[in-house]
Design a protein around this ligand. Structure first.
Ligand SMILES: *[C@@H]1O[C@H](CO)[C@@H](O)[C@H](O)[C@H]1NC(C)=O
Length: 344
């Protein structure tokens, strides 16, 4: 009897372990172009390690362009997020734009070894393979703005100028005074505090955390972030042309959304607040745009970064939320103007 009992307990334990192991392990991504996976519809380049990066070209021909810009999309988005291409300045100034699916998104192969440096090198290679010249501009939005910090760190010599639009901050950057970062952290929804804790302290649990049903998941991953009144106005206008989330994550959630959380809120090899001005010769400029009513990225932390890095041109937009550049082309025009024409 007792032997039976212990056998039953052992079987139960093994079943629980097997189940939890399965719940922890993300499924293998459905690679684009593989059998049963999504098909490859657009052009891609082959990177140094054999991965493919899908891209899309916009604006005037790169042969005649005066300015070449690489766009970096945000969380859950993809290369179709290229609202800068709709600005009238594209024709007027002669701008060629390239957007791309970040690794694991859309039709770009996942990069399980992704780091802040590897994505910067991907962008450098994209510029080289598409022959954008020795220097090009980069504009990154939201989590794509974080990628721009990596470009400033790892490929500063390739930059003609950069703009970060409401770049997501990492509360663990050591340069923040603890009190300021903690205050901003606790302003978030409790489920977001938990999602970020898991991403930062227990990345191997990120897949499970974001797919389990016991606790509420990250509001951003669930598509219900803290949008403020100005964001809701933008969304009401946009609804028809909203980002195609299905395309973004068609290879699986793990190598797209979850990997983004692990990298974005993980331990970086550097602190943006320690960076030096890459444009000492004033041959280019660095811009940071932030709405003062952004419910996703705390304006208090962005102000602190701007104060610490006086070489950044900080543009704080009054009554603007996280989505301000999507509303109409006023903001995108201002961003392009400041970046490309500036006070030259
Ligand atoms: C939502 O955003 C507003 C505006 O930035 C902020 O004051 C508030 O604390 C945010 N709430 C949450 C739960 O993030």
């Amino acid at each position: 009897m007792s032997a039976m009992f212990w056998k039953a307990i052992a079987v139960l334990l093994i079943a629980i372990l097997a189940w939890s192991y399965q719940a922890l392990c993300p499924p293998t991504p459905r690679l684009c172009g593989s059998t049963g996976g999504p098909s490859v519809e657009g052009p891609r380049i082959r990177l140094r390690d054999g991965r493919h990066l899908a891209y899309m070209e916009h604006g005037v021909s790169k042969v005649t362009a005066n300015y070449k810009i690489i766009l970096v999309h945000g969380f859950g988005s993809n290369k179709n997020e290229a609202h800068f291409a709709r600005s009238a300045l594209v024709e007027k100034l002669g701008i060629h734009l390239v957007s791309f699916d970040r690794p694991g998104y859309g039709e770009s192969d996942p990069d399980p070894k992704r780091t802040m440096e590897s994505i910067a090198l991907d962008i450098e290679e994209l510029g080289d393979k598409l022959e954008l010249g020795p220097k090009f501009y980069i504009i990154g939005t939201s989590m794509g703005g974080q990628v721009v910090w990596g470009c400033l760190k790892y490929i500063p010599h390739r930059l003609a100028g950069v703009a970060m639009i409401a770049p997501v901050v990492n509360f663990w950057w050591p340069g923040f005074p603890a009190k300021l970062a903690t205050e901003a952290y606790y302003e978030q929804f409790p489920q977001d505090q938990w999602a970020l804790r898991v991403a930062h302290y227990a990345p191997s649990l990120v897949y499970w955390w974001n797919t389990q049903k016991w606790f509420p998941p990250s509001s951003v991953a669930a598509g219900r972030p803290n949008f403020t009144a100005p964001d809701l106005q933008v969304l009401a206008k946009l609804s028809a042309s909203m980002v195609n989330r299905h395309y973004s994550t068609q290879q699986g959630l793990f190598e797209s959304l979850h990997r983004d959380m692990m990298i974005g809120f993980g331990s970086w090899g550097f602190d943006p607040m320690d960076l030096d001005n890459p444009f000492l010769d004033r041959e280019g400029s660095v811009h940071l745009w932030q709405g003062d009513n952004d419910g996703l990225v705390p304006v208090t932390l962005q102000r602190y970064i701007a104060k610490k890095l006086p070489w950044i041109q900080y543009h704080e937009m009054p009554n603007a939320g996280h989505l301000f550049p999507h509303g109409d082309t006023t903001a995108t025009d201002a961003i392009l103007n400041a970046l490309l024409v500036g006070d030259k």
